[in-house]
Write a protein that binds this ligand. Structure first.
Ligand SMILES: [Mg+2]
Length: 417
């Protein structure tokens, strides 16, 4: 029998922080969004205190007054690295794994008995926990939508949960639609208006009525919830369309050199990603944005340039980006955010030889050398372009944890006594 499962890291960002701070296991931990804006991850202790997701950071102070809470800034490069490790363990165990988000993946699994399936799931979660140290929840059922519900139950149960066909037949009336993957907000109210409150109501809704009210999406949801697979687990990677790096400033700025410094940083970040993914770009976009409120809300925006030859070269894109900043910059306008988007991506090996070979830069060796040095000695150790005004634009992340896995100087030290 074929099943679909979901493996999901528990309180992922919090678990990543605890990995290097085992003293925080069992203690209340919060991770804030970029720019330390609001709560994006909570440990179980915080959830039990009734602090919801998305609480603005400034409101937290009152809510956690008398409790010793550890608060972290988002450390995405660390979380991405840990995520890669978790799912490489899963991919070693199972052949068909579709990573769905930074902390979650669907997988296909075949089994003739529920008990052996349960055993394999328990083994997989302990293998991930032993190899990487991140606790995971596993839910298995017949479709992706059903598996997401099983995962929900697994989180509560603290062990893998498998929901087979007979479970759904017996319990369908107790499953609330609001607990179903993708059903929420406006969609949930529309279902309620149509008197569809439970999965049973949805099962029993005649297809023509469902089609009329909710179209193909409603029919697919009904099918998925009755165990007919509409969304198979797919291992085909959809080709990446663009590479982006943007960040809001701590304060607004109208200093061109500060903007150039920020854009140069985003060029270094995006071109490194291009080279890591073996891609080139032929469209460069630079974003200079003002605050969405106030007199300058309509100023700023995006300016772009098409490149004659696709490239992954930091120096070439840096020069173009600086030109765009100079052309676009308006004195006196308070800018709030800068960024870079690289589009029209093409795999490096598909880049055609240019008709104008003299304009192809020969910085390959330079880029590779810089990447190698930074890989070895820590990201940003050496870099192209000047990098002196960072404190003038870099956003707030006051409580950032060390770069445990990507910077040699931050690697944990073990003392033997
Ligand atoms: Mg999760």
């Amino acid at each position: 029998m074929k099943y679909i499962g979901v493996i999901d890291c528990n309180n992922f960002f919090v678990s990543c922080e605890r990995l290097f701070r085992p003293d925080l296991v069992g203690k209340p931990v919060i991770v804030l969004s970029s720019n330390d804006g609001c709560v994006v991850a909570r440990s179980k202790e915080i959830k039990d205190m009734g602090i919801p997701m998305g609480v603005p950071a400034f409101q937290l102070k009152d809510m956690i007054k008398n409790v010793d809470v550890e608060v972290f800034s988002s450390h995405l490069s660390l979380y991405r690295d840990i995520s890669r490790r978790v799912f490489s363990v899963v991919k070693d165990i199972l052949p068909i794994v579709e990573q769905y988000s930074i902390d979650e993946a669907f997988f296909s699994i075949e089994s003739d008995s529920l008990s052996s399936l349960q055993e394999r799931c328990v083994l997989m979660s302990s293998q991930v926990e032993r190899a990487v140290g991140i606790p995971v929840s596993i839910g298995v059922s017949l479709t992706k939508t059903q598996a997401k519900y099983a995962n929900r139950l697994a989180k509560k149960a603290g062990k893998p949960v498998i929901l087979d066909e007979s479970w759904w037949q017996e319990n369908v009336g107790t499953v609330q639609l609001r607990d179903i993957w993708g059903v929420g907000g406006q969609l949930l109210s529309s279902y309620r208006e149509a008197s569809i409150n439970t999965t049973l109501d949805l099962y029993q809704c005649p297809k023509p009525r469902l089609d009329k009210l909710f179209g193909i999406a409603g029919l697919r949801l009904q099918a998925e919830l009755s165990g007919q697979m509409m969304y198979p687990v797919s291992v085909v990677k959809t080709p990446q369309k663009s590479v982006t790096s943007t960040r809001s400033f701590k304060d607004t700025t109208n200093d061109m050199s500060v903007l150039k410094d920020a854009v140069a940083h985003h060029i270094r970040e995006t071109t490194l990603e291009l080279r890591e993914q073996h891609l080139t770009t032929s469209k460069l976009q630079v974003l200079l944005q003002t605050s969405r409120y106030g007199d300058y809300a309509l100023r700023g925006g995006v300016i772009e340039v098409d490149l004659l030859v696709p490239t992954d070269d930091t120096a070439v894109l840096m020069i173009e980006a600086m030109r765009l900043v100079e052309r676009f910059f308006e004195p006196k306008v308070p800018y709030k955010k800068a960024g870079v988007v690289l589009g029209q991506l093409l795999p490096t090996e598909q880049v055609q030889q240019s008709l104008f070979p003299q304009i192809i830069s020969d910085n390959n060796k330079l880029n590779t050398t810089i990447d190698e040095i930074n890989n070895r000695f820590g990201r940003g150790r050496i870099q192209l372009g000047k990098h002196s005004l960072v404190s003038a634009w870099q956003s707030k992340h006051d409580n950032l944890s060390p770069c445990y896995t990507t910077r040699w100087t931050d690697v944990a030290v073990v003392h033997a006594c």
